[in-house]
Design a protein around this ligand. Structure first.
Ligand code: GDG
Length: 472
C-alpha cells in the first residue's frame, strides 16, 4: 500500500484537541498506510515556509510551516476567505476580489509546493483538501511531481455562470485538470464543474466521464458525499445523555420543547433568516409561545474577516430584538450562545432537542445535520428541518426540506416538526439513519482513495450515493 500524503490549510496535530470528523478520518487513513500531513501551523512567522516544524507519532509525520503576516492576510484572510468562500457560496455581493490577494494566494500555494515537493517519495499518493489549495497540483507538477494527486472540495462549486465572474478565473480553475481525481459532495457540484470545463475552457468529455482539458490533460471528477463517524456519534450521544450538563439543559427547559441550531458563525449558514423564521413561528402561532425554546450555538469563526464581525453584530441585534418582542418574565425564546462546546456536550444537546434546525443558504454538505440525526433516541427521535441548499439534503430526503429564504416555509416546517406524531418521526428518522449507517466517514475516505488509486474505473462508478428519495 502506498504512503498517503495529506495536504490541507491546517493540520490537526496529535497533541491538539481534534474537532470534527475530518481530522479523525484523515488520521485513520494516515495510520492505515503510514503517511505525512502537511499544512500551515496556524502561526505567523517572519517569513513563510523557511522552517519546517516536524512531529512524528507512530507512523504519521506532521509537517507544518508558518506564514508571514502579509501572506496570511492575502492568501487566507484575503483571497481564500473574501473571494473564493463567498463566490462558492453564491454570495457574489460579498466577493472582495483584489489582484494582490490573488497573487498572495498563488504565492502561498507555491510555498506549500516547494516544501512538500521535497518530502514526497515516488510511490506516495497525495490528497489535497479544499479551496485554499486549488492550484497546488499544478505547482507540484511544475516541480516534477508525477505522483497520483487527488483533490476534495468541501464547499459547493457554484454554477459556471458565477465561476466566470471571478477575474482570472481560468488561471485558477483550469489548474484543477492537474489533479488525477477531483471529488465533490453532490451531483449538482459535479455538473457545475463539467459545465465550466466544457463550455468555458473548451474541454471535452471522454468515455467513462473523464474530462480531457484543452491542454490535453485527462482527469476525472466524482461525487463523494462526506459523512460522520456514525457509530461513534451514536455512542457519544448515548453516553452523555445523563451527564450533568445535559441534565441542566433539560431541567432549564421546564417541560418545553427545544429547537437547536449549531453552526460556525458564518454568513453562509443563514442565521439571520433562521432567527426571523423562528420569530414568525411565534408571531403566527400564539400557542407556540412558552411551548418552545430555540438554542442557537454559534462559535465565532474567521473574526479577522470584516464580514464575519458584521454578521456577529447583526445577530446580536436580531436576537435581542426578537427576545424583546416575545419574551416573558419566565421564558426567553432565543438562547443565543457565541462560544464553542466539546463535541460530546453537543451530542447530548442534540439528543435533548425535538427539532434540529439546519438552514444554510448554501452548504457543501453540512455535518451538523448528520450529527443531529445520529444523536437521536431511536424510541423518541426528533425531527430535522433542513435547507434544500445543503449538500446533505441530497441524501437526507426524509428530513423536512425547506427553502431558507422563505421564512413562512421554515416557520411552517417548524410547526409541523413540533406537532409531528411519534410514528411519523420514527419513520423519517429510520430512513435518515439508514443513509448514515451506509455512508459514514470511513466509507467516504475509502471510496475516494479507491477511486484515486484505480484510475481505470469508470467515473460513473465513483458516486458513492444516489440522490435520496424525499418524503413529503
Ligand atoms: C465545511 C463545509 C462541509 C460546530 N460547533 C462546534 C463544533 N462544531 C462542529 C460540528 C461539525 C463541524 O463543526 C461543522 O461542520 P459543517 O459541515 O456543519 O460545516 P463547516 O464548518 O462549514 O464545514 C461543509 C464540511 O466542511 C465537511 O466537508 O460539510 O459544507 O462548509 O462537526 O459539530 N464542534 C465543537 N464545538 C462547537 O461549538 N466541538
Amino acid at each position: 500500500m502506498s504512503r498517503l500524503v495529506v495536504i490541507s490549510n491546517r493540520v490537526a496535530l496529535p497533541k491538539q484537541t481534534q474537532t470534527g470528523g475530518l481530522a479523525s478520518a484523515m488520521n485513520a487513513a494516515l495510520q492505515e498506510r503510514g503517511g505525512l500531513w502537511f499544512g500551515w501551523s496556524g502561526n505567523i512567522g517572519k517569513e513563510s515556509g523557511t522552517e519546517l516544524h516536524e512531529v512524528t507519532e507512530r507512523n504519521i509525520s506532521y509537517a507544518t510551516i508558518d506564514l508571514s503576516r502579509k501572506d496570511h492576510d492575502e492568501y487566507y484572510a484575503g483571497f481564500a476567505n473574501r473571494a473564493l468562500w463567498p463566490l462558492f457560496h453564491y454570495r457574489g455581493d460579498l466577493v472582495d476580489y483584489r489582484r494582490d490577494h490573488m497573487e498572495g494566494y498563488f504565492r502561498v500555494n507555491a510555498v506549500f509546493a516547494d516544501n512538500v515537493a521535497r518530502l514526497i517519495q515516488p510511490n506516495d499518493t497525495i490528497w489535497v483538501q479544499d479551496y485554499h489549495l486549488i492550484p497546488l497540483a499544478q505547482l507540484l507538477r511544475d516541480r516534477g511531481v508525477r505522483n497520483r494527486i487527488g483533490f476534495f472540495l468541501h464547499t459547493p462549486l457554484p454554477a459556471a455562470g458565477l465561476m466566470i465572474t471571478l477575474p482570472r478565473h481560468r488561471e485558477l480553475f483550469e489548474s484543477l485538470a492537474s489533479y488525477d481525481l477531483v471529488g465533490l459532495h453532490t451531483h449538482r457540484d459535479l455538473r457545475a464543474l463539467e459545465d465550466y470545463f466544457l463550455h468555458e475552457l473548451g474541454a471535452a468529455m471522454r468515455t467513462g466521464g473523464r474530462i480531457r482539458a484543452a491542454n490535453g490533460r485527462l482527469f476525472r471528477a466524482g461525487v463523494f458525499p462526506i459523512s460522520i463517524d456514525t457509530a461513534e456519534v451514536v455512542e457519544l450521544a448515548h453516553r452523555t445523555e445523563d451527564t450533568g450538563d445535559v441534565a441542566r439543559l433539560r431541567h432549564s427547559l421546564d417541560g418545553r420543547e427545544l429547537i437547536i441550531g449549531v453552526d460556525r458563525l458564518d454568513y453562509s449558514k443563514g442565521l439571520p433568516q433562521r432567527f426571523e423564521a423562528f420569530a414568525r413561528l411565534l408571531r403566527d402561532n400564539e400557542e407556540m409561545r412558552r411551548r418552545v425554546s430555540f438554542l442557537q450555538i454559534a462559535p465565532p469563526s474567521r473574526s479577522e474577516v470584516p464580514e464575519y464581525r458584521q454578521i456577529r453584530r447583526d445577530l446580536e441585534r436580531s436576537a435581542g430584538h426578537i427576545n424583546g418582542q416575545f419574551a416573558e418574565p419566565d421564558w426567553v425564546p432565543i438562547r443565543y450562545v457565541n462560544k464553542s462546546y466539546p463535541q460530546k456536550m453537543l451530542a447530548g444537546y442534540f439528543r435533548v432537542a425535538r427539532v434540529g434546525l439546519v438552514t444554510p443558504l448554501r452548504d457543501g454538505m453540512n455535518l451538523v445535520a448528520k450529527e443531529y440525526i445520529a444523536c437521536q433516541d431511536p424510541k423518541d427521535p426528533g425531527v430535522l428541518v433542513l435547507s434544500r441548499f445543503a449538500g446533505a439534503a441530497q441524501e437526507l430526503g426524509a428530513a423536512l426540506l425547506v427553502n431558507p429564504n422563505d421564512l413562512d416555509d421554515v416557520a411552517e416546517a417548524l410547526k409541523r416538526a413540533l406537532d409531528m406524531s411519534l410514528k411519523e418521526r420514527r419513520q423519517r428518522w429510520d430512513a435518515s439513519m439508514e443513509v448514515l449507517e451506509n455512508n459514514d466517514i470511513t466509507r467516504w475516505r475509502n471510496a475516494f482513495l479507491e477511486a484515486l488509486m484505480h484510475p481505470a474505473r469508470n467515473a460513473s462508478d465513483l458516486a458513492t450515493t444516489a440522490p435520496a428519495e424525499t418524503i413529503s
